[in-house]
Ligand binder design. Structure first.
Ligand SMILES: Nc1ncnc2c1ncn2[C@@H]1O[C@H](COP(=O)(O)OP(=O)(O)OP(=O)(O)O)[C@@H](O)[C@H]1O
Length: 831
């Protein structure tokens, strides 16, 4: 008995024997009616425990990503951001993220399987699987396995049509099947064998015509991508050539491409119910979306209700040189999906359904297909097919052009000044009716617009389209990101540029990042998501003139700037009330609760040494943290502890973060939360309701921008508020990755990765080799035989960034000085 399952579609003529997906069901059949009768893959049956046991057994890690009560996914493991908890919204408006997360989960599962064997995924204790299947077969003659066999025997032509990339279904025992429908719910949690493969680049509809959309790899993919880099070393030495080939090329090769279709399944797309693999099918057909659209336009009105043989004939007549089966599957998906979205086809409602189907399918299909096309170019006359953020649309005096980047909630398009033709970039965050995303982007803009620094991507203009999207006009940066650069360099042991050059360039770029962060921190703003992908690169002929622009302030937040805790003594005179989003109350509560206020009110030696000597750990913030540490706080000691988590914590935000916690109790609390937090401003103190009126501090798990870059303290059950130390840690991770070509903390199994971060253990040998600081390193010469300079300052700065104890972590000034010392020491040859 194979574990795979196949669903079948039969028409009256018995022509079509196999399909891949249940699209609609009908218990009745009639002449000429195309109906789908996916077989009972799994029936939830109270009297058959074996069968009902056949649910997917999630690992603890996976389980952490799901709400334990509702079972809905609560954590986007690519972005480590909450998936909107409103199931409907999540499903309908965040299709791309959910889909991405699902793919990621599947990928992780497959990795887990390879690491831990299949046990983790499918093993069900005490279940005799073969016995259960036999019993199931005998009980249910209509079981898919039996029918599958019957069909195979019945017809020599019964080879089921196979979708590219979704050949079989694995044992997809779903519990969310529609009861008594005789079919599997369209929302069933089917797992396609090929879903793992679909994680890999999704082919674009037409390589030549389509926009190449590139999304950053998830952090967990960095190593693999780096390892897979095939850039020609000779093209990569910036000091030899002065100017690198566009870093976009290795980026294209190494990054996952996201289909345009997927983009429209993002935050608020109405097309999220469209099948995942439609785009790849169109690509396989070697057709453009416009051609498919044109073809749909030529089909007879009742095409969808024609017998299979007639549909086949129509298709072959219209377009003889294409794979008609694939074409039919695309058309069927587009037509019937849209039909089903508004009405279910049943024998009683057929005429109405047919009408509705006809009136809608064109619309949805053309909307879908037009999403590939520039606005106005599409052949559909439907006004609804044009979106405000389509290519060709005009925003703030700029015409939107091709997509140049993708984020969790939006895209970045190139755009052109309508008068001057000047090229800029437009970041578009589409939120539609998703208030959480809207508030998040409002916060992003409120912070971003305040930032004016030579190494920070400027926000030139912004516009809020109140019920659709936020548009942010910014400079167009042409040479990719530092991520791309690192990919092109490869890993240190097979580095495609010499290690001295690598160290020097790293220092040059890191100094700019340090400068940007110093500026932000001076404004009491923590970036919150420092990573390779958020460092845009503008190259000049001389590498020393390369420029970095820090971007993406979606995770940024203001941190406390309070009497006694200021990291900037100059601003202490500013009244608290005037300080933006000051978390004084939060700190006070924190202090009061722990009875440390008196200690902190003692005058502390506060000076911001600008000298190069050693660490400066004597500011009040550090003192504060030290005191907290010495108190050996327990969870209940802290205002952010479990006992003080208010019921008002929003499920979307809090559940997502806490839900990911390895502490079941935290997840439980998160799942019990019912009230949405008003905004996603993670810096705003959350007020408890009722008797508990005190401020309890920010969501403790809301500060993780990207897990591999997360500082250890952020992973604690009661993490401190986000502050500069977390950025400095992330800078250290960035530095390390630039130098070695691999992330310091990396594991496919998330809890393991968290443990690695918490322990602060990483491969120092690699770092020593690159920086040439170990005495064991005998190969301390450059490629041309000269003595290799030792990058002691760089090494020390990095170790200072990656100090597990945030109290020991270096400050940006110290890091800067240490890096500059190395640069000065370099012989003129390297300057
Ligand atoms: N001004 C720009 N010029 C060129 N490319 C850009 C520009 N801004 C962003 N990009 C590209 O788009 C990608 C995503 O941008 P950004 O990080 O700002 O979007 P986001 O939606 O905030 O993403 P995230 O999901 O990481 O928060 C960047 O990694 C970069 O490759």
């Amino acid at each position: 008995m194979p574990l795979t399952e196949r669903l079948f579609v039969r028409d009256r003529n018995g022509d079509e024997k196999g399909v891949r997906e249940p699209i609609a069901s009908s218990s009745d059949s009639r002449d000429g009616e195309l109906y789908f009768e996916p077989k009972r893959v799994y029936r939830r049956s109270t009297d058959n425990s074996s069968r009902s046991s056949l649910v997917r057994v999630y690992s603890e890690n996976e389980r952490a990503n799901f709400d334990q009560v509702t079972g809905s996914r609560i954590y986007d493991d690519l972005k480590h951001r909450p998936i909107p908890s409103d199931g409907k919204i999540a499903a309908e408006t965040d299709g791309r993220s959910v889909r991405e997360a699902q793919r990621s989960r599947k990928r992780r599962l497959s990795l887990n399987e390879s690491h831990y064997g299949d046990m983790q995924d499918e093993y069900i204790p005490d279940l005799d699987f073969s016995e259960a299947v036999l019993q199931w077969q005998s009980e249910d003659s209509g079981s898919p396995a039996v029918l599958s066999q019957k069909l195979r025997n019945d017809s020599s032509n019964a080879t089921p049509t196979r979708f590219p990339g979704s050949i079989t279904r694995t044992n997809t025992w779903s519990t969310d099947r529609e009861p008594n429908s005789g079919s599997v719910s369209p929302n069933s949690s089917y797992v396609f064998d090929s879903s793992h493969a679909q994680v890999e680049p999704i082919p674009l509809p037409n390589a030549s015509n389509s926009v190449s959309i590139i999304t950053p790899l998830s952090a967990s993919e960095v190593n693999k991508s780096i390892a897979g880099s095939e850039t020609n070393p000779s093209d990569l030495d910036p000091f030899k050539h002065g100017h690198l080939a566009s870093s976009f090329l290795p980026r294209k090769a190494s990054r996952r491409r996201t289909s345009v279709c997927e983009s429209y399944n993002s935050a608020s797309s109405s097309l999220t119910y469209l099948p995942d693999n439609t785009v790849s099918i169109i690509a396989e057909l070697k057709m453009t979306p416009e051609e498919v659209l044109e073809l749909i336009g030529k089909l007879p009105h009742d095409f969808v209700y024609m017998p299979y043989s007639q549909r086949k004939k129509v298709i072959l007549d219209l377009i003889p040189n294409k794979d008609y089966k694939l074409l039919m599957s695309v058309i069927k998906k587009l037509m019937l999906k849209s039909t089903r979205s508004s009405v279910s086809i049943s024998k009683n409602s057929l005429p109405a359904a047919a009408t509705t189907a006809k009136s809608r399918h064109g619309s949805v299909a053309s909307q879908f297909l037009s999403s590939f096309s520039p606005a106005g170019v599409t052949s559909t006359p439907s006004a609804s097919s044009v979106r405000p953020d389509d290519k060709g649309m005009e925003i703030m005096g700029y015409s939107l052009g091709k997509v140049i980047g993708f984020g969790a909630w939006g895209m970045i398009r190139e755009c052109h000044d309508l008068e001057t033709g000047c090229v800029k970039a437009m970041k578009i965050v589409r939120f539609r009716n998703n208030m959480k995303v809207k508030n998040q982007v409002l916060k992003e803009v409120s912070i971003w617009k305040e930032l004016h620094h030579q190494n920070i991507l400027p926000l030139l203009q912004w516009k809020l389209n109140d019920d659709y999207a936020m548009y942010c006009l910014t400079e167009r940066i042409h040479d990719g990101t530092i991520y791309d650069l690192v990919i092109s360099w490869g890993e240190y042991n097979t580095s495609k540029i010499d290690l001295v050059t690598r160290c020097k360039l790293t220092i040059i770029l890191c100094l700019q990042l340090t400068s940007a962060l110093k500026y932000m921190h001076k404004k009491y703003i923590a970036h919150g998501d420092v990573k390779l992908e958020n460092c845009l690169l503008e190259k000049q002929s001389a590498p020393a003139q390369w420029k970095v622009f820090l971007c993406d302030f979606g995770m940024s937040c203001r941190y406390k700037h309070c009497e006694g805790f200021s990291v900037d003594a100059d601003s202490d005179s500013e009244p608290l009330a005037n300080r933006p989003e000051c978390s004084y109350t939060q700190i006070s509560t924190y202090m009061e609760k722990n009875k440390i206020a008196n200690q902190l009110n003692e005058p502390l030696p506060f000076h911001r040494s600008r000298s190069s000597s050693g660490l400066r750990q004597n500011n009040r913030l550090i003192k504060f943290h030290k005191i907290m540490k010495n108190k050996k706080l327990t969870r209940d000691d802290t205002p952010l502890g479990i006992s003080s988590l208010p019921k008002t914590y929003g499920p979307a935000l809090t559940s997502a973060r806490i839900g990911n916690s390895s502490f079941p109790s935290l997840r439980q609390i998160a799942s019990q939360s019912t009230v949405l937090t008003p905004t996603m401003d993670m810096t705003s103190p959350h007020q408890a309701t009722g008797d508990e009126t005190r401020t309890v501090g920010p969501d403790p798990h809301s500060h993780i921008g990207s897990l591999p870059y997360a500082a250890p303290e952020l992973l604690e059950p009661s993490p401190p508020p986000l502050g500069p130390a977390a950025d400095i840690w992330a800078l250290g991770v960035t530095l390390y990755t630039m130098l070695t070509g691999k992330l310091p903390f990396k594991h496919d199994y998330e809890p393991r990765m968290r443990a690695m971060i918490a322990s602060g253990k990483f491969d120092r040998k690699a770092l020593e080799t690159v920086c040439c600081v170990t005495t064991e390193n005998t190969d301390a010469t450059t490629r041309d035989g000269q003595d290799r300079p030792r990058f002691t300052g760089l090494y020390k700065a990095l170790m200072g960034c990656l100090a597990s104890d945030m109290n020991q972590r270096w400050e940006l000034d110290t890091i800067e000085i240490s890096l500059k010392e190395d640069l000065m020491k370099l012989s003129p040859l390297y300057n």
